[in-house]
Design a binder for this molecule. Structure first.
Ligand code: ASC
Length: 153
């Protein structure tokens, strides 16, 4: 039993080191493009939920549930692309403060993960008022991090 737990722990630790090394070898320009792609898809799937909770288009529970599920996963994707190697590139709106205030950046990014998970749960529950509230909280999480860490254009 104990040995199995140890082996599992070792496997996880080895995997973590590998994935870190793999991403460390990726060109900084590629990391920027990849994290921007994840952000762009967040916009793609977030926007329609907004239009529905604001009553601009009819509420479609199937689309909301699908989009919110995508968002829960997409919200995890950008963060390993924010590596110090990308700090000086000019094709990014990410502020270099990200790499100086990494605890703050981490907590704001984790907030998005938490709030999108809540949005997905609300969507699955079918409670439109809960979806509306959770949508607002996700938007706040987007905005807080953008205010702190994205260059204003
Ligand atoms: C979007 C988008 C953002 C967020 C933010 C929410 O649709 O592109 O950056 O929502 O505006 O406050």
């Amino acid at each position: 039993m104990k040995i199995k737990v140890l082996l599992a722990g070792l496997a996880i630790a080895t995997g973590a080191v590998w994935s870190f090394q793999a991403s460390a070898q990726v060109k900084p320009e590629t990391l920027v493009k990849q994290r921007q792609a994840a952000m762009a898809l967040q916009g793609k799937y977030f926007g329609p939920i907004g239009a529905m909770v604001q009553g601009k288009v009819p509420y479609d529970a199937a689309i909301v549930t699908r989009n919110a599920g995508y968002l829960e996963v997409l919200a995890k994707m950008p963060w390993d692309g924010f590596q110090a190697s990308t700090a000086d590139l000019k094709e990014t709106d990410a502020k270099p403060e990200i790499y100086k205030q990494s605890d703050k950046f981490r907590s704001e990014s984790q907030k998005l993960e938490t709030e999108t998970a809540k949005l997905a749960a609300a969507a699955r529950s079918g409670d439109q008022n809960a979806v509306k509230a959770a949508f607002g909280d996700v938007g706040q999480a987007c905005k807080a991090c953008h205010d702190d860490f994205r260059v204003k254009r």
